[in-house]
Design a protein around this ligand. Structure first.
Ligand SMILES: Nc1nc2c(c(=O)[nH]1)N[C@H]1C(S)=C(S)[C@@H](COP(=O)(O)O)O[C@H]1N2
Ligand SMILES: [Mo]
Length: 293
C-alpha cells in the first residue's frame, strides 16, 4: 500500500501529472477551496476531469452515465444543511458552512472502483469524516452511521420513475466511518463538486465499491443497528452492506477480478480492498470474506 506525500513522488512516476498540474495553474483563478494538504495513494495516472464529471452513476437524474451531467441544471446545492440525529450528544440541523468551517480541505488522490467493472483515479478535495462525526459526540450505542441523501423530485427528474427507492441511503460501521481514509468530499480537481459528482457533500470510502459513495448528503444518523442501504434493499442477492472491493468474489452479474480504468484500453487486475488492504483489512479480521461484499 502506498501513501505518499506529493513531495515523495517522483514526477516520472506519474505520467499525466505535468498535464494535470498545468491544468491546476490554468484554473487557479477559479479555485474556490484552499487546499491544506495532499495525500497521493497511487502512482497510477489521475483520470481526466472530463471523464470524472461526465461518466457518473446518479439514478435520481437518470440511469445513463451522462444523465446527471445533462439533467442537473435545476439542482440547487446551495443553501444546504445537514440534519444530525440519533445516538449522539449534539443532534441538530447544521448549515453546510457550520459543517465545513473547522475542517481544512485536503486533496486525496484515491482509486475509485465501481462494481460494474470500471475504475478511475480521482483527486478529491475533502476532509476526514471522522473529524466531523467526533464533533457530534457519538454515544457508545452508536455502532453504525446512516447517510440519507436529498430527495427533490422537482430538481431530480428521474426520481418519479423510481429505479430505486428514494431517498438514497448508505451506511458504514462506526470504525469504517472513523477510519482516516474515509472522507466527505466537497470538490475535485480543486473546484467545488458539480451536481453529478454529489454536490455539495458526498461520501468517499476508497476501499469500497462506488455505490457506498452517497451523494448530496442531507442527514447523518448514529444508529445501533446495521442500516439497510438502498442497493441492498433493491436487490439483496447482488448487493451487500460491506461492499468491500474483493476480486475473489464475483457478483452474480460481474466478475470482480479485473477492472477497466477509464481511459485505458487493457483491463487491469483489481486489488483486494482496492489496494488499501494494509490499512483497512484488520477491521474485517475473522469475518467471512464473502460477507465483505
Ligand atoms: N444519491 C445517490 N448517490 C449515489 C448514487 C445514486 O444513484 N444516488 N449512485 C452510487 C453509485 S452506484 C456509484 S458507482 C457512485 C458513483 O460515483 P461517481 O459518479 O462520482 O463516480 O455514486 C453512488 N452514490
Ligand atoms: Mo455503482
Amino acid at each position: 500500500m502506498l501513501i505518499k506525500k506529493l513531495s515523495d513522488v517522483a514526477s516520472s512516476d506519474i505520467t499525466p501529472r505535468p498535464l494535470y498540474l498545468r491544468r491546476r495553474e490554468f484554473l487557479a483563478a477559479l479555485v474556490t477551496l484552499p487546499i491544506a494538504s495532499k495525500m497521493v495513494t497511487t502512482t497510477d495516472g489521475v483520470t481526466e476531469k472530463k471523464a470524472i464529471t461526465s461518466y457518473t452513476n446518479y439514478y435520481e437524474f437518470g440511469s445513463d452515465k451522462g444523465d446527471a451531467g445533462r439533467n442537473g441544471a435545476a439542482f440547487r446545492p446551495s443553501p444546504w444543511s445537514v440534519v444530525v440525529e440519533g445516538e449522539c450528544a449534539r443532534p441538530g440541523t447544521y448549515t453546510l458552512e457550520d459543517i465545513l468551517k473547522p475542517h481544512p480541505i485536503e486533496e486525496r488522490v484515491y482509486r475509485h472502483r465501481c462494481v460494474e467493472g470500471w475504475s478511475m483515479v480521482i483527486p478529491w478535495d475533502g476532509f476526514p469524516l471522522g473529524n466531523l462525526l467526533k464533533r457530534f459526540g457519538p454515544a457508545s450505542k452508536a455502532r453504525f452511521v446512516e447517510f440519507t441523501t436529498v430527495n427533490r423530485p422537482k430538481e431530480m427528474p428521474a426520481i418519479r420513475r423510481g429505479v430505486l427507492n428514494y431517498p438514497y441511503v448508505e451506511g458504514l460501521r462506526m470504525d469504517e466511518a472513523m477510519h482516516p481514509l474515509t472522507i466527505l468530499a466537497t470538490g475535485l480537481y480543486g473546484e467545488s463538486l458539480l451536481t453529478q459528482n454529489g454536490a455539495p457533500l458526498r461520501l468517499v470510502v476508497p476501499w469500497k465499491y462506488g455505490f457506498k459513495s452517497a451523494k448530496a448528503i442531507v442527514k447523518i444518523r448514529f444508529v445501533e443497528k446495521q442500516p439497510l442501504n438502498t442497493w441492498q434493499e433493491a436487490n439483496p442477492y447482488y448487493y451487500g452492506f460491506y461492499a468491500n472491493v474483493n476480486p475473489a468474489v464475483p457478483t452474480p452479474s460481474y466478475s470482480q477480478a479485473t477492472e477497466r480504468r477509464i481511459g485505458d484500453f487493457f483491463m487491469r487486475r483489481t486489488l483486494p480492498f482496492n489496494g488499501y488492504g494494509d490499512q483497512v483489512a484488520s477491521m474485517y479480521a475473522g469475518m467471512d470474506p464473502r460477507r465483505l461484499f
